[in-house]
Design a binder for this molecule. Structure first.
Ligand code: GLV
Length: 330
């Protein structure tokens, strides 16, 4: 059997690495627990058959060429794959794969609902209030928020995660509207849901939750113009990808109370929280926002599942098969 070399750009749960080693592959994990620089990654590409990379690694044609002629697959440890130049990969006949799976769907859906509840009931503000020694006793008007019960949730992107969010919220007594490329009649029936244009959804939803991949079409899907359509009492939740939302538009809408609140797990210029350094801290100064550091899939079970999924994709590619989670060029 040929000796295959795998490079993993950062420490990940061992389950997937064990699987790769069981195949007799030589697995090297980056010794640095940080994002590699481009020149570091270029060096590591030499002589490898498969790259297991993360959403924080920008993979372009130059990186791919550095792995030539042996490189067969770039296995992304993420559901999203906007960090990889798919066209460059297709030109070079390289497999690209991602890590969808039952665990990650549930983790991200669960975290999205966590953020919705935290927003509606002002959990972040309440916690900061306690820490600032402001609590003097029960008050009828203290930190009153909103119920999810009876409200309308607008789901933008009805894939696995969007549907997982709906499944959870059904028991909360919410009403459903959604926007997606294709209508899903089974979903409409089961959830008594209406398929709407994005504009109509933004006008009607009390909670707008985003579950689309980042593509040319979804870049700035929520922007300065259409955020104005949202109700003053509405909330925006983004656990998808930062650039799906024009962050300055959110900043402005929150500062002027044009919308009631937002929860962001992802950022336009990640890991920076504000793209424009002049705006440094602006989002952080607001009370009506909850910000988390891209952790929607961060559970032990999910990260372990992702490492196994990435490994299975690599094994398939090195056995000359199409990986189960091969991603196609746009
Ligand atoms: C996380 O953001 C992922 O795409 O898996």
């Amino acid at each position: 059997m040929p000796k295959y070399n795998i490079f993993v750009t950062r420490r990940i749960p061992v389950a997937g690495l064990t699987l790769l080693k069981k195949q007799g592959y030589k697995v090297k994990v980056s010794p640095h627990d940080r994002v590699l620089t481009k020149s570091e990654l270029l060096k590591e590409m030499k002589g490898i058959d498969a790259l297991l990379c993360l959403l924080t690694d920008k993979i372009d044609g130059e990186i791919m060429d550095a792995g030539s002629p042996r490189l067969k697959i770039i296995a992304n440890f993420a559901v999203g794959f906007d960090n990889i130049d798919l066209k460059a990969a297709a030109d070079r006949k390289l497999f690209i794969s991602n890590t969808p799976g039952p665990e990650i769907t549930e983790s991200v859906a669960e975290f999205t609902v966590t953020l919705m509840m935290a927003l509606a009931r002002r959990v972040g503000e309440a916690e900061r209030f306690i820490r600032a020694h402001k609590y003097r006793g029960w008050e009828p008007m203290l930190l009153i928020g909103q119920d999810l019960y009876g409200k309308t949730v607008g789901i933008v992107g009805l894939g696995r995660i969007g549907s997982g969010v709906a499944r959870r919220l059904k028991n909360f007594g919410m009403k459903f509207i959604y926007n997606s490329q294709h209508r899903n009649l089974d979903f409409e029936k089961e959830f008594n849901a209406r398929h709407l244009s994005l504009e109509a959804l933004l006008k009607q939803a009390d909670f707008v939750t985003l579950h689309v991949p980042l593509t040319r079409e979804t870049h700035y899907l929520i922007n300065r113009k259409n955020i104005k359509l949202m109700k003053k009492t509405a909330y925006l939740i983004n656990t998808a990808r930062g650039p799906v939302v024009e962050e300055k538009a959110v900043l402005q809408a929150l500062s002027t109370k044009q919308i009631a609140g937002a929860a962001l797990d992802v950022y336009e210029c990640e890991p920076a929280i504000d793209c424009d350094l002049k705006d440094h801290m602006e989002l952080r100064k607001l009370d009506n926002i909850i910000m988390t550091p891209h952790i929607a899939s961060a559970t032990i079970a999910t990260r372990s599942e992702m490492s196994v999924t990435a490994a299975r994709n690599i094994i398939a590619a090195l056995q000359g098969k199409t990986p189960p989670n091969a991603v196609k060029s746009e």
